[in-house]
Design a protein around this ligand. Structure first.
Ligand SMILES: CC(C)(COP(=O)(O)OP(=O)(O)OC[C@H]1O[C@@H](n2cnc3c(N)ncnc32)[C@H](O)[C@@H]1OP(=O)(O)O)[C@@H](O)C(=O)NCCC(=O)NCCS
Length: 171
């Protein structure tokens, strides 16, 4: 896709369930092909997960389209305190921040294979960051599979750098 092809990014609504679920399936296939070690979520389960989250104010599903065709999506959300640090420790470390809204998480970001490398992922990420910042986040986190250089590059460009590396394998 050329850089100047008309690109629109909009917030998904309940009516976009089929569209988001189809993009999500492509993402799961992509991650499995990259050697993701997690359990691939069955399509029906992903669909229920998305349906539960599409209407939530603290979850942002944004869809990118070029010439009217969907070519990517991002799912970003606020991380609640119990998912980050004990609230009392959080308050001590970050006294000026709201523990309900300080950390955002990019659960998923995906651009179709023929739409990549043209800035779509960056636009999606930027708009997700804007939406999350409007809800108070100061920091953003994501997980990336080792070797996924495009994803590391995308996040690095937005200022997200590798922190710790987990090691795991069958023993
Ligand atoms: C990761 C992904 C969303 C990036 O989307 P994209 O639209 O291609 O990204 P952009 O064109 O906006 O590129 C943003 C930056 O990422 C980096 N980047 C993108 N593709 C890259 C590649 N193949 N190799 C290395 N760096 C790359 C570059 O730094 C680029 O900035 P630049 O164009 O100024 O050099 C896309 O590759 C994708 O959907 N991959 C499969 C799904 C996936 O892995 N999602 C992430 C799960 S954590």
């Amino acid at each position: 896709m050329p850089h100047d092809a008309a690109l629109t990014i909009r917030r998904a609504t309940r009516d976009d369930l089929d569209l988001v679920a189809a993009l999500y399936e492509q993402l799961v296939e992509d991650q499995v092909a990259r050697g993701w070690t997690g359990r691939p979520t069955p399509a029906e389960e992903s669909r229920r997960y998305i349906a539960r989250r599409l209407h939530r104010a603290d979850v942002h599903y944004l869809v990118a389209s070029a010439a009217g065709a969907p070519i990517g999506f991002v799912e970003g959300a606020l991380l609640l305190p119990r998912e980050q640090l004990p609230v009392r420790l959080f308050r001590r470390l970050f006294p000026d921040q709201n523990p309900r809204a300080a950390l955002g998480y990019i659960h998923n970001i995906f651009v179709t294979a023929d739409g990549r490398g043209a800035g779509v992922g960056s636009r999606l990420l930027r708009e997700a960051i804007t939406a999350l910042k409007a809800q108070g986040i100061r920091r953003l986190r994501a997980h990336v599979i080792p070797g996924n250089e495009a994803s590391f590059g995308l996040f690095a460009k937005a200022g997200l750098l590798p922190t710790q590396t987990a090691v795991e394998g069958e023993v």
